[in-house]
Design a binder for this molecule. Structure first.
Ligand code: 13P
Length: 247
C-alpha cells in the first residue's frame, strides 16, 4: 500500500498499570510495515512507565484526554503540559466516550485543540454521530458542527499534521462496524469541510469495531489512512492479527 498508514491504539480504561506496561512490551515484539505509524494511548497512570518502554522505538505515545489549562484548581484533571513532559506526541480530543459519558461539548473540544497546538502536541479530533442521529438523518449536520466548531478561524501550525478520526458512536465496541463505502463518503465530507476551514485535508482514521477481518476494506478507500482501534488493540493477539493484515 502506497499511502502512509496510521494505527492508533486506544486502550481506554481496559487495563491497569501493570497489564498496560506488559502489553506495551508485547507491542514492541510485533513487526510493523514500514509505511505505518503506530501510537499507543494508555490510561494516564501507565503513561510514564510506557514512555520508558517505548523510548528509542518507532512507536509513539498519546494521551486519551487532556485538560486545556496548564495549571490550576482543576481537581482530578491532567494538563496537556504534563502529558508533554511525559513524552506524549498525540492526544485524543472529543472521543465519543468523553462527549457522551462525560458530556464534553464542542466548545470544550475546541479549547483542548487550541491548548494542544500551542504545545506542539498533535490533536486527534474524534467525531461521530449516534445511532439516533443517523436514524433521524442528522449525520451531516452533527458532523459538520463538530468539525466547524473544532477548526473555525483556527490558524493551523505548518508543522502539525491535522488528524481526524471518524468514529460513529453506534459502531464503537458493538461489533457493528460501519460499511467501508459509507465511512469513505463521510471521510470525503470531513476532508472538504476541514480543507475549507484550515486550508488542508486532514489524515482521516476510521474507528468503530475495527478488526483484522475488516481493516483492508477501510484502507482501500481513498480518504481513509488508518484506524483508531479500541477493543482489538487491548490484547496482543488481536492487535498483532490486525497489523498482520496490513501486509
Ligand atoms: P472499538 O474498536 O472497541 O470499537 O473502539 C473504537 C474506539 O472507540 C477507539 O477510540
Amino acid at each position: 500500500m502506497d499511502k502512509k498508514l496510521y494505527f492508533f491504539a486506544n486502550w481506554k480504561m481496559y487495563l491497569g498499570a501493570k497489564d498496560s506496561t506488559n502489553l506495551a512490551k508485547e507491542y514492541l515484539n510485533i513487526e510493523y510495515p514500514e509505511n505505518c505509524k503506530v501510537a499507543v494511548f494508555p490510561s494516564a497512570f501507565a503513561v510514564p512507565e510506557i514512555a520508558k518502554i517505548l523510548k528509542g522505538s518507532e512507536l509513539e505515545l498519546g494521551a486519551q484526554n487532556t485538560y486545556w489549562a496548564d495549571k490550576g484548581g482543576y481537581t482530578g484533571e491532567i494538563s496537556a503540559v504534563t502529558y508533554k513532559e511525559m513524552g506524549c506526541t498525540y492526544a485524543l480530543v472529543g472521543h465519543a466516550e468523553r462527549r457522551h459519558i462525560f458530556h464534553e461539548s464542542n466548545h470544550d473540544v475546541r479549547l483542548k485543540i487550541e491548548a494542544l497546538l500551542q504545545l506542539g502536541i498533535t490533536p486527534v479530533l474524534c467525531v461521530g454521530e449516534t445511532g439516533e442521529e443517523r436514524k433521524k438523518n442528522q449525520i451531516e449536520e452533527v458532523l459538520e458542527a463538530q468539525i466547524r466548531s473544532a477548526f473555525m478561524d483556527l490558524s493551523w501550525p505548518e508543522d502539525i499534521t491535522p488528524i481526524v478520526a471518524y468514529e460513529p458512536v453506534w459502531a464503537i465496541g458493538t461489533g457493528e462496524s460501519c460499511d467501508a463505502k459509507e465511512a469513505e463518503r463521510i471521510s470525503d465530507l470531513i476532508s472538504s469541510w476541514s480543507e475549507e476551514l484550515i486550508g488542508q485535508e486532514p489524515v482521516i482514521l476510521y474507528g468503530g469495531s475495527v478488526r483484522g477481518e475488516n481493516i483492508s476494506g477501510y484502507l482501500a478507500e481513498e480518504h481513509i489512512s488508518g484506524a483508531l482501534v479500541g477493543g482489538a488493540s487491548a490484547k496482543a493477539e488481536s492487535w498483532s492479527e490486525l497489523i498482520g493484515c496490513l501486509e
